[in-house]
Design a protein around this ligand. Structure first.
Ligand code: ADP
Ligand code: MG
Length: 731
């Protein structure tokens, strides 16, 4: 095994950057070539069909069969011209990856054995019935009732990946329950659209639609594929379960924004060419803080599409990595002791009249509107901080939150100095017209004045899980491997529900004869007062914050299985049902899935860890120990007893340390195995997940601690697993 390690290291060192040929055209010429977007529609569909399709998309409906047939015909021609031979419904089950089952276009023209043609009907476009019994459903479908439907979401354009026409679909059970992220996301987006439009109309009667926008920043690690292949833990769990810190890792902060290593630079170029073909508007690329960690981000877009694009880029990142001799790690915490990977979700709302609702305005109305949306978001997060945390909590993300530069596992909101001052002043003002804030440039709210805000007051408080950054909020607690849909469903839903409550409160005051602006002011003032506990501008990493947050009644739970409970409290059920996003049955079954996935992840890790320790580490440590014993024995043959004792003292110390550590490791592994067996016998998914968290997981640290100490004393020549310095610095 150690031979394998050295061979892998040697080969990794020799690897050169792969040459990536730039497309012989401007980016704008081939951008979106593989997406059935507006340009392709216009080219391949009759004018009337394009119009009908666009109307259906705008209304958020599904297509009737006649329209579907027309669209399918055009799509088929386009796909065949680009060399597609297969099609698939591309959907987003609750596993954080996408699923697809490919079917060929071929059909017999008549009897079996007759000539074949390529066929693709409207029926195949709009609906399919994959044999979906093995996707997690949390008990909604028992396995014998395997039918689940996928149905085209026409607001997500179809695309061609390799030789396959991919049709983005929702995935629902035979009885209509959502089994995926897309179906509830579309409902959440509808809810926020409706609720936000109603509120916008206080300020501008011409607003007809509000869009939710998402710009994700995707972090990832790249590891040489040869080294990866010699680490069973990376291969099977996506993270290193063992490994002592490298003497140098990120202390010098020399990787962040440093020059991009050449092999990686070639990889990034390749990724961009690919992404542009799929109409993914990648904008930035850079090194991240940890060695071998990188980030890319697109220009933000409409949330549903942006979620699809993120899923697509994750699979492109994975695929292209192989071409460059890399393996992609999307795990939230592949390496202990250095930064993990997140996926900052930059989120905002904007109207069809082009106004960003989190962008400070130029007119008094726009500014009051801006404050209205900020404050309602604050209240929504204050009331639902536990729920928002539950939307992004997984076994993997739990390792990241609260450690090394990641936000803590407590949701709070950072507003920055300027916005804080504005809210504080509103809170203190008696009447709307009394608002006065000193600033270089005053901007009237129509009810007083606040200073004009700097658009780029982006904060550098990296410890906040939810920060205002000038024209948007940045939700930083999202994990790197997650489907952004999960957090976006909850975020948009809680804000939608809150905006609805706000409107009811304001309308009530108006009915009582209070002027609109004063009514809005009064409600906002009250909101600012009650939601104060969610605002935190300090250091989220500090121990004081944990205490402070608990006193503020913010959710401080750190056990993933218990965090998930937040999804099904009576309040949460009322919230999701009230907005029409998810039913109680769906929420409960989704929690079952979450607990099940949690258990399985820990279960796999526990198995891999046990196996690595017993089969890879202990034999090697014993071998080294035996060579030391040999040496000690030989000393007694050559020297006097006294001299031999003196010369052998160091070796004897190591021999004993190895023996002690091996014994602790063996005991811990045994106890872990019996804890696992006991947990496996628990029937309820929740109970099992809790048991895995409370009783199995704690052994990981104990075992790892001992093994990492062995790594420091055992002969490097013998050590079988590539070390952190090799994994993190060879590129
Ligand atoms: P930083 O690392 O400084 O936070 P990046 O430039 O890496 O910023 O990423 C910022 C992301 O936020 C990009 O995807 C960008 O398109 C997105 N973004 C910018 N403005 C908005 C907005 N109004 N709504 C949503 N996303 C936005
Ligand atoms: Mg950011």
């Amino acid at each position: 095994m150690s031979k394998l390690r050295f061979k892998a290291v040697e080969e990794a060192y020799k690897k050169k950057a792969v040459t990536v040929a730039a497309p012989s055209a401007l980016t704008s010429d081939y951008y979106g070539k593989y997406v059935f977007n507006k340009a392709q529609m216009t080219k391949y569909l009759p004018k009337a069909t394009v119009k009908s399709l666009e109307a259906v998309i705008a209304r958020g409906e599904t297509l009737d069969l006649e329209l579907a047939n027309q669209v399918a015909a055009g799509m088929k021609t386009w796909a065949l011209e680009l060399g597609a031979t297969h099609y698939t419904h591309w959907f987003q089950p609750l596993t954080d990856t996408t699923a697809e089952k490919h079917d060929s276009f071929i059909e017999y023209t008549g009897e079996p054995g007759s000539p074949i043609i390529e066929e693709f009907s409207g029926k195949l476009l709009v609906q399919a019935e994959p044999d979906a019994s093995s996707f997690p459903s949390g008990g909604i479908r028992s396995t014998f009732e395997a039918r689940g439907y996928t149905a085209w979401d026409p607001s997500s354009p179809a695309f061609i990946m390799d030789d396959t026409l991919c049709i983005p679909t929702i995935f629902i059970s035979y009885t209509g329950e959502a089994l995926d992220y897309k179906a509830p996301l579309l409902k959440a987006l509808k809810a926020i659209d409706k609720a936000a439009v109603d509120v916008c109309r206080y300020f501008d009667k011409s607003v007809k639609k509000v869009y939710s926008y998402l710009g994700w920043e995707q972090e990832y690690f790249l590891i040489d594929d040869g080294l990866y292949a010699t680490r069973p833990d990376l291969m099977l769990t996506g993270r290193t379960l063992l490994g002592h810190d490298s003497a140098k890792d990120q202390q010098l902060e020399d990787h962040y924004f440093g020059s991009i290593p050449t092999r990686v630079q070639a990889y990034m170029k390749d990724i961009e060419f690919e992404a542009y073909k799929f109409g993914i508007p990648l904008k930035t690329r850079h090194n991240e803080v940890a060695p071998n960690q990188f980030e890319l981000a697109p220009i933000f877009g409409e949330t549903n599409l942006s979620v699809d694009q993120n899923l697509l880029i994750m699979s492109i990142l994975k695929k292209v990595a192989r071409r460059h001799g890399f393996r992609l790690l999307l795990h939230e915490k592949p390496f202990a002791g250095i930064n993990g990977s997140g996926k900052h979700n930059n989120w905002s709302l904007g109207t069809d009249t082009g106004v960003g609702l989190f962008t400070p305005g130029k007119t008094p109305e726009a500014n009051l509107q801006f404050i209205t949306f900020v404050v309602n978001t604050l209240v929504a997060i204050w009331k639902n901080n536990a729920l928002l945390k539950a939307s992004i909590m997984t076994a993997q993300n739990a390792h990241r939150l609260g450690a090394n530069e990641a936000p803590p596992a407590i949701v709070s909101v950072f507003l920055g100095e300027q916005l804080t001052e504005v809210l504080d002043t509103i809170e203190k003002s008696e009447r709307a017209s009394a608002i006065r804030i000193d600033g270089k440039k005053r901007l009237s709210l129509g009810i007083g004045s606040i200073p004009e805000m700097q658009l780029d007051n982006t904060d550098r408080n990296r410890t906040s899980p939810f920060a205002f950054t000038g024209n948007r909020f940045e939700f930083r607690a999202v994990g790197s491997s997650a489907n952004c849909g999960s957090g976006m469903i909850t975020l948009n839903t809680i804000v939608a529900a809150q905006l609805k409550k706000f409107k009811e409160a304001v309308d009530e005051k108006i009915r009582r004869g209070i002027k609109k602006e004063e009514a809005i002011f009064e409600v906002l003032k009250e909101y600012i007062k009650v939601s104060k506990n969610i605002r935190f501008e300090g250091n989220g990493y500090s121990e004081e914050w944990k205490k402070d947050a608990a006193e503020r009644n913010l959710d401080c739970e750190t056990s993933v299985p218990l965090i998930i409970d937040a999804n099904t409290t009576p309040d949460s059920i009322a919230l999701f049902e009230g907005t029409g996003v998810l039913t109680a049955k769906e929420l409960k079954s989704r929690n079952e899935v979450k607990w099940e996935i949690y258990t399985k992840k820990i279960q796999i890790e526990a198995r891999v860890l046990g196996d690595l320790v017993l089969n890879h580490i202990i034999p090697v440590a014993t071998k080294y120990q035996s060579s030391l014993l040999d040496n000690v024995y030989k000393l007694t043959q050559v020297y006097s007893k006294e001299k031999a004792d003196e010369l052998g003292a160091l070796d004897k110390g190591i021999i004993e340390e190895i023996a002690k550590r091996i014994s602790v490791i063996k005991n811990s592994v045994e106890s872990m195995v019996s804890a696992r067996k006991k947990a496996n016998r628990i029937d309820s998914e929740r109970g099992k997940a809790i048991e895995y968290h409370d009783k199995v997981l704690p052994f990981f640290d104990e075992i790892r601690y001992q093994v990492d100490k062995l790594e420091l004393i055992v002969d490097d020549e013998l050590w079988p697993l590539p070390k952190y310095r090799e994994l993190l610095f060879i590129r």
